[in-house]
Design a protein around this ligand. Sequence first.
Ligand code: SF4
Length: 326
Amino acid sequence: MTTDILTVTNLKKYFVIGHSGILKRKPITVKAVDGVSFTVKEGETFGLVGESGSGKSTVAYTTIGMYRPTAGNISFRGQNLFEGNRTRPLALKKEIQIVFQDPGSSLNPRRNIRQILELPLRIHRPGDNRLEEIVRLLEMVELPPDYMHKYPQMLGGGEKQMVAIARALATEPSFIILDEPTSALDVSIQAKIINLLIRLQDEFHLSYLFITHDLSLMRNVASRVAIMYLGKICEVAEAAEFFRNPYHPYTQMLLSAIPVVSEEEEKLKPKKIISTGEIPSPVNIPSGCSFHLRCPKKMDICSEVDPVMVEVEEGHTVRCHLYGQP
Ligand code: SF4
């Protein structure tokens, strides 16, 4: 039986971005993440997908400890990451790593690759032979050993991302958050990075939380997929079931817009769903179901009552009034 490595329970992260009213005392709050729950199982890739502003990156940054949650829990192998006032202990910092979207800005341009890879080794693995480990880390991401003498600005985008992945691997983690790891790269390089991540996952039994706006990418990469919209998860399912049998109108809308190459894939796609309107501002989230202003299937109840997650099939949950609300 596969065990859960990460459990996120009713996570909320609100930001106060200003004040309104005559006396400027009423806080203006952005509910970036508003009651998100999911689990990541040992050895799997859990895809968290959403448009810009959906809150998916805030989930990632809260998990890594860059933000403290406003409410809710995140636990790693059963240990609460935010118990009391402390953030993650050093042992958990070693276990959980992140690869950011833009390797150009996540690597210090004044340090060469050797220095970049040395830093996590010094903190988390003080007894190990650092030079040997740096060579091994570069080999793991398919870069030659002499790259340790180069600076980030001497590398291409894909090579920089390989160094960022090597840096994440330096602490020997079991869980890596991949925050849009390929979206800043040329299409020709994207497949190489994805194949590298899949190989490393097999080799080191890594668990991934894969954050992306690109739903089609998840078809071949994720074990399970969750869709986020305005700070909430609307649907979660095993990847095969998710693409074959989407329930939520928002998921159907996203899937119907994915370009496909074969007639068979075209037949499997949901019928084209035209949504109305733009994604609302996270400062002013609509009442009831937050998708109701864009939903072609909305009913009277949708603008008044926020639906809850219900299980429609084993392991497949949906938050929509169309399906058996309690
Ligand atoms: Fe559409 Fe209503 Fe379902 Fe929201 S709850 S997705 S508005 S049908």
